[in-house]
Design a protein around this ligand. Structure first.
Ligand code: ADE
Length: 221
């Protein structure tokens, strides 16, 4: 898969893809990530990328030209363009699975300001990561990229994401490791019983209890 991230702040991405699983996924050729400053596509002598809104109002608006030219230079028939915006569709694990099947994604990040409405015509998806407003789409783009890359074949063991929270509307089960007693807190007996059927039942029950307690909305669906 190829992921192109279009941003005015490429430096924000300098570390996130250079560690751990995301780094290895690139090194092994499972994903190719490019960070592109769409300011470099501006035809303005001062490389301006925004302007005041028609009709008045506060703030600046990202102009069409640099973003249209940038996306048109990158997109092929295999590309899906995603705008990160607080008024997009709420991002869920199911969408991560859908996007993980694509060959080429372009993630478009705004910063401080809104997009000229006509830029939306370039986009296949408009996505919000939550009901709150951030200073820009950069952190949402990192979140999308991370959640998608870990689902690509061979990036992590498939078994470890089959049981992820949200895959089947249940949260994950609680995990314990050594020591068996820590500050008086004991690991549940069943987990050291060696009885795998019982362990599976216990974990399923825990997933259910946790979901009822914390995210009953997941069960209502
Ligand atoms: N840009 C600013 N806030 C955002 C959000 N919640 N989701 C996606 N992009 C954003």
């Amino acid at each position: 898969m190829k992921i192109d991230i279009l941003t005015l702040f490429p430096e924000m991405f300098s570390q996130v893809f250079e560690e751990s699983i995301l780094k290895r996924a690139q090194e092994s050729g499972k994903v190719e990530i490019r960070i592109i400053n769409f300011r470099t596509f501006s035809n303005d002598p001062h490389q301006k990328v925004d302007d005041t809104p028609y009709g008045g109002g506060h703030g600046m608006v990202l102009t069409c030209q640099p973003i249209f030219d940038c996306i048109e230079s990158l997109r092929t028939e295999d590309t899906k363009v995603i705008m990160l915006t607080p008024d997009g569709v709420l991002y869920k694990q199911k969408m991560a699975y859908t996007l993980a099947k694509e060959k080429h994604l372009i993630l478009l990040c705004g910063h401080y300001e809104g997009f000229d409405e006509r830029i939306r015509t370039l986009c296949d998806y408009e996505i919000s990561i939550g009901d709150y407003v951030l200073t820009g789409g950069e952190i949402p783009a990192m979140i999308l990229a991370d959640s998608i890359i870990r689902l690509l074949p061979g990036v992590i063991e498939e078994e470890s994401h089959l049981q992820d929270s949200f895959n089947d509307q249940l949260l994950d089960y609680p995990a314990y490791t050594k020591p068996r007693v820590y500050r008086g807190m004991e690991v549940p007996e069943v987990l050291v019983s060696g009885d795998h059927k019982k362990i599976d039942e216990f974990r399923e029950q825990m997933r259910y209890n946790r979901t009822v307690e914390r995210r009953p909305d997941l069960l209502e669906k």
